[in-house]
Write a protein that binds this ligand. Sequence first.
Ligand code: 5GP
Ligand code: MG
Length: 208
Amino acid sequence: MSSGPIDLRDREPYTLDQFRVNNEHKDDLEYVLLSEGEIESRVSGLAAAITREYDSRENVDLYANCVLKGAMRFFGALIPRIEVRAPVSEGVIRASRYRAGKPGSKETEVRWLDRDLIEGRDILVVEDIIDEGYTLQAVIDHLEEYNPQSIEVATLFDKVSNRKIEIDVKFTGFTIPDEFVVGYGLDYDERYRNLRHLAVLTEEARNA
Ligand code: 5GP
Ligand code: MG
């Protein structure tokens, strides 16, 4: 029995009219990859796996960090479901990969992390999605400078077929196909975060 990621790469997607989708979003979406209910059930499974992991360790002092903004919904659902026998604190990290004017740039700016809280703590980086991996690697490199006791990653979605650098990810919700997804907190140009399900955006909407 595996508690690993649920692989959606070969699964038949849902049509838009099988779920309730905001009319404002409908024309821009190709199909629904995951319903809100499926996502939230899996978040509970991840929280249980995280709880088991940290309860098997000694002297845990968990510091969960939400990578803004895409992971906000995931973070809000995940943290209350983690029930470790240890202190838990919460923080945010802002990470943005420079894209404008620098195509293919691997530079990532990491901001807002509370440096004073990192030393000696067990950092859980909470991410929405990993694609090539550069964003997450930059976050990890940054955190390592402030001497945490440990660093682990929880990501809700992973486009693993697209990875350019190897990263050790302990907790993954779903492995998804290499498509541009929005909803459940993930945006395109700051829109669609409020879509309740995870859906694939049409080419036309991405080029608009
Ligand atoms: P990476 O550095 O791993 O290539 O990029 C990860 C970041 O790119 C994510 O944190 C997210 O901001 C963005 N990203 C990558 N793939 C997608 C996607 O399919 N949908 C959305 N909304 N953002 C994505
Ligand atoms: Mg992210």
